[in-house]
Design a protein around this ligand. Structure first.
Ligand code: ZN
Length: 776
């Protein structure tokens, strides 16, 4: 029996297949009021769990009826939809992410190099077009392989000057932009202008096919030759061999499929509170953001601040129609330096309609092109734009000025200070098995991330003098010597001085014949070590590498490269067969005081943290009205909790009354680190707390009352790190820790080193919730 295809059947039955999610089944599903957080350890990947729980918290805050942003009625009546797109960083594993960043940085560095070269060697403006021409030329011109740049259409070679400065050579889209959505280098080649003049809307393959069998065969041979010589990538070769009727139309869909587990899982979660959940892909977002004129917003917002400081410059840019225009830009600017670029992406994603994606996917179909044409035929456009671009521009939902105004009001929220401690167990390792040694103890959290956990190793230091041996008998390597020294110490009731004195009259012999007198011996020395990723090592740190062989290998590597930054472009191997890559390296830390956090079965500590991590800084006012600073380490904060004290102590007298009433309970080491008696707290600073800095008390009060987020944003800082008389505040929009002079003058950070300067900024603490709203 012959039936209809599902899509046809849907159409006959009145459903729109392309929106087949919207069938009645979906609507019968009950929507939840709120999303439940994922239970701890319910997913195998804790990082994924954390990301998804952040999403859940945010969505719950948005649909909170009190906020009134999205009501239950609206959701039930299908009046809104959710569009999701993973931030590019989240789509990838940590390694892939580093790889992406590395490539990005590399490309930026290369571009900077190309810009220099274009200006100095060729006297050319470094326009986008010239940069891509330079890249495409060097892609196919390989001196090592003795391959000259060649026009793939006619087979004749051309030089760099022809490519760059002349009117002779053009950048050609292998598959025309009118048919396919790929503006990357993979879809571009350099060819003679004369050779592509009649190409029009044909793919390179179809165009060459028209030129007769012989010419066509030569073209195919040229493409395959460049591919076999590893001059061009597989993607580029495939593009060069694609006939018009085989243009991949799954470009977008393929990307969607690639979004992995997080994306699937978040869709699944969000479907519990919303009928329509869509995913979009980064490629579309980027394109739309650009076409809608939202790409430059962040720089425009930051420009005045930088201009004042002389950190801007004027460049000449090329408009899409080829005309030139002067433009003021921030030196070295990239939007990734401003957290708000995620917000602009999110807005773009929210404004992406399913229809856009559909049209992009079916760009090669006549029907779509007719639709697009009808949409834009009455609007005036720059004629260099493609039909698709014109259509998408016509769909722009908000003006650039409007978006700019809204973006200026964004306040970035940070996860507040790390949780201090949780109830937990102490797990120890016994013969490869983990067992619970202690239950229900306070387990400190926060700085116990893998990076900050140290190990302790024993290394041998040769020929330590006898005085050292008597002071550190437990460190002596030779068991016999150790016994002899310990015996002598015992003879003198462990009085090191007396024992040492005795040596002169009565030396210790280390052999039975009494011929060798003990003068020195090898000792163990305990050193704290930590693992670092190999790429993070600098040449001057090589000496701190614990393992001697690895130390040599890394040193050799640094010696073999001309630039330090090239050192780890290629993997480093431990063995000559290159089977064992070195990924991380144990390094000495130079630390002497650390606190144990993990123990072996004999209760010997095996992992440590630096106690130097400060939990908070409290600023107290004493009876005379003077201010004093009190630093509370992470460790002490845990202890305060253990003894039932408030972690941040507001009124120190209460604490001291309790201590004086029961002095025996509290160890001196604990009491010593408490703030003095009769102090009143005026400020406390914890990592990631938010402060308005640098406004007068009246101004602060006014902007808080008016909720002038745009002005608050300019003066909003988070506590980045704190130590004795050194508080680092970082502007809330900054994504990078940049401690350069320029960063200082542009107030990307404020470094405070005295109480006077702290009060000079009139700091006012405010809280920003996860929706970016100020909470007092
Ligand atoms: Zn040619």
């Amino acid at each position: 029996m012959e039936g209809y295809k599902y899509s046809d059947a849907c159409q006959l039955a009145g459903y729109n297949h392309s929106f087949s999610l919207t069938n009645s089944e979906v609507y019968q599903k009950q929507l939840k009021d709120k999303l439940a957080l994922l239970p701890k350890n319910s997913l195998r990947q804790p990082v994924v769990e954390k990301i998804l729980n952040q999403l859940i918290n945010l969505v719950n805050a948005i649909i909170d009826e009190k906020q009134g942003w999205v009501t239950r009625e609206e959701r039930l009546n299908n009046q809104f939809e959710i569009r999701i797109e993973l931030a590019r960083e989240l789509k990838q594993s940590k390694d892939e992410r580093n790889e992406t960043y590395r490539k990005q940085r590399q490309r930026e560095r290369e571009n900077a190099q190309i810009v220099k070269e274009l200006e100095t060697s060729y006297g050319l403006r470094p326009t986008r077009n010239n940069i891509i021409k330079w890249r495409l030329f060097h892609e196919i011109n390989n001196e090592d392989k003795k391959i000259n740049a060649v026009c793939l259409y006619c087979g004749k070679t051309f030089g760099i000057n022809d490519a760059l400065s002349g009117e002779m050579v053009d950048v050609d889209h292998i598959i025309p932009r009118t048919l396919f959505f790929d503006d990357s280098q993979n879809n571009k080649i350099l060819v003679h202008r004369a050779c592509n003049a009649s190409k029009g809307n044909l793919t390179a393959y179809d165009f060459m096919k028209l030129k007769g069998e012989e010419v066509f065969k030569e073209y195919i041979d040229r493409v395959e030759f460049l591919y076999n010589q590893k001059i061009i990538s597989k993607v580029k070769r495939d593009r060069l061999l694609t006939p018009g009727n085989e243009i991949p139309d799954d470009f977008i869909e393929r990307q969607l499929r690639e979004t992995q587990y997080i994306s699937r899982k978040s869709r699944e979660i969000l479907n519990q509170i919303c009928y329509n959940v869509w995913s979009t892909s980064g490629g579309v977002t980027e394109k739309l953001r650009k076409l809608w004129g939202w790409d430059d917003i962040l720089m425009q917002l930051q420009l005045p601040r930088y201009r004042e400081l002389g950190l801007t410059e004027e460049i000449v840019i090329e408009n899409s129609d080829g005309s030139l225009q002067k433009k003021e830009v921030i030196k070295g600017w990239t939007k990734r330096n401003d957290h708000r670029h995620h917000a602009i992406d999110a807005l773009t994603i929210a404004c992406t309609e399913q229809g856009f994606i559909q049209r992009i996917n079916t760009l090669s179909s006549e029907k779509t092109r007719n639709e697009l044409y009808n949409e834009v035929k009455d609007i005036k456009f720059n004629e260099k734009l493609t039909l698709l671009e014109k259509y998408l521009i016509a769909q722009r939902p908000f003006t650039t000025e409007y978006v700019k105004d809204k973006v200026s009001q964004i306040l970035v929220s940070y996860k507040s200070g790390k949780k201090l401690a949780t109830k937990g167990r102490r797990i120890i390792q016994v013969n490869d098995r983990k067992i619970v040694a202690q239950d229900n103890i306070l387990v400190p959290r926060g700085p116990l991330s893998e990076e900050s956990v140290y190990g302790k190793i024993k290394i041998i230091e040769k020929d330590k003098p006898i005085a050292y041996l008597f002071e550190n008998p437990h460190l002596i390597v030779d068991f016999r010597i150790k016994e002899l020294v310990e015996a002598r110490l015992q003879q003198y009731q462990n009085d090191v001085k007396q024992a040492l004195k005795s040596i002169k009259k009565e030396p210790i012999f280390i052999d039975d014949e009494k011929s060798k007198v003990l003068e020195k011996a090898h000792c163990y020395v305990e050193k704290y070590v930590i693992k670092y990723p190999v790429e993070s090592i600098k040449p001057n740190e090589v000496d701190d590498i614990v393992d001697e062989k690895i130390r040599q290998i890394i040193r050799q590597r640094f010696n073999s490269v001309s630039k330090e930054s090239d050192a780890f472009k290629e993997p480093v191997y431990f063995d000559e067969q290159k089977k064992i890559p070195i990924r991380s390296v144990r390094m000495f830390t130079g630390l002497t005081a650390v606190e144990p956090i993990r123990w072996d079965e004999n209760n010997n500590p095996i992992a440590f943290v630096k106690p130097g991590n400060n939990h908070h800084i409290a600023i107290y006012k004493d009876e005379n009205g003077n201010y004093q600073e009190h630093v509370c380490t992470f460790w002490h904060a845990v202890e305060r909790k253990k003894y039932g004290f408030p972690v941040i102590i507001e009124n120190t007298s209460e604490i001291w009354n309790r201590i004086l009433a029961n002095p025996d309970i509290f160890p001196t080491s604990f009491v010593e680190k408490l703030p003095a008696d009769k102090l009143q707290l005026t400020y406390s600073l914890q990592q990631n707390e938010m402060f308005i800095m640098g406004l007068s008390p009246e101004e602060v009060q006014e902007i808080i009352q008016r909720k002038d987020y745009s002005l608050i944003s300019r003066h909003l800082y988070r506590v980045q790190k704190i130590s004795t008389s050194n508080y680092m505040f970082r502007h809330h929009l900054e994504t990078e820790i940049d401690d350069s002079k320029e960063a200082k003058v542009s107030k990307k950070f404020i470094n405070i080193q005295s109480m006077k300067s702290f009060f000079g900024y009139n700091p006012v603490k405010i809280r920003i919730n996860c929706l970016g709203q100020m909470v007092i």
